[in-house]
Design a protein around this ligand. Structure first.
Ligand SMILES: CC(C)(COP(=O)(O)OP(=O)(O)OC[C@H]1O[C@@H](n2cnc3c(N)ncnc32)[C@H](O)[C@@H]1OP(=O)(O)O)[C@@H](O)C(=O)NCCC(=O)NCCSC(=O)Cc1ccccc1
Length: 138
């Protein structure tokens, strides 16, 4: 495995984001108290055969913001991993800009329950839920 990126350092502006953020075009704009917000610049390279954005990429973008929301509540000696991800596609997403907001709904000792909403042109494009395992760093 490659070295880990410390998401707390990313939030603090002290580290570059992990490669997946750049690959997908997701940029964190705010993260605090179990909440994270970001802008997703959606490339045409993510279009599917129907001419809309492939649903898996929409879920992945939401997953990225949910990770930042959880990170705001972690101790420095903790890390996390998503253990499931469910995305509902309310409208097709198009190439261009979208906004993503993520919230930790419940932060337990070992599992956090997180939701996210993806909006484009002021309309809800997708909503996502995820359970996230909280672990001690090795
Ligand atoms: C169509 C339906 C599933 C159901 O709609 P209904 O319950 O009948 O509701 P309604 O008709 O009210 O429509 C709701 C809103 O949607 C809008 N709209 C609809 N169609 C289009 C359109 N063509 N283009 C633009 N907009 C369209 C429509 O104007 C309305 O918007 P509005 O309220 O006026 O602003 C809708 O929820 C939807 O498109 N969800 C997203 C599904 C999605 O993107 N999935 C992920 C990608 S699939 C994948 O990756 C797998 C794959 C891989 C490879 C190859 C192939 C597949």
């Amino acid at each position: 495995m490659k070295p880990m990126t410390n998401l707390r350092a990313v939030i603090a502006g002290q580290s570059a984001p992990p490669p997946c953020d750049e690959t997908l075009g997701v940029r964190l704009t705010e993260a605090r108290d179990g909440y994270a917000k970001g802008v997703w610049t959606i490339s045409e390279s993510l279009l599917n055969g129907n001419g809309v954005i492939m649903g898996g990429f929409v879920g992945a973008a939401a997953d990225i913001l949910m990770a930042y929301a959880v990170t705001t509540l972690l101790r420095d000696d903790q890390m996390h991993a998503s253990i499931n991800l469910q995305t509902t596609f309310h409208r097709p997403a198009a190439a261009g800009e979208a906004e993503i907001e993520a919230r930790v709904e419940k932060f337990g000792k070992t599992v956090a329950y997180v939701t996210a909403i993806v909006r484009q042109n002021g309309k809800e494009v997708a909503s996502a839920t995820s359970s996230v395992l909280i672990m001690d760093k090795p």
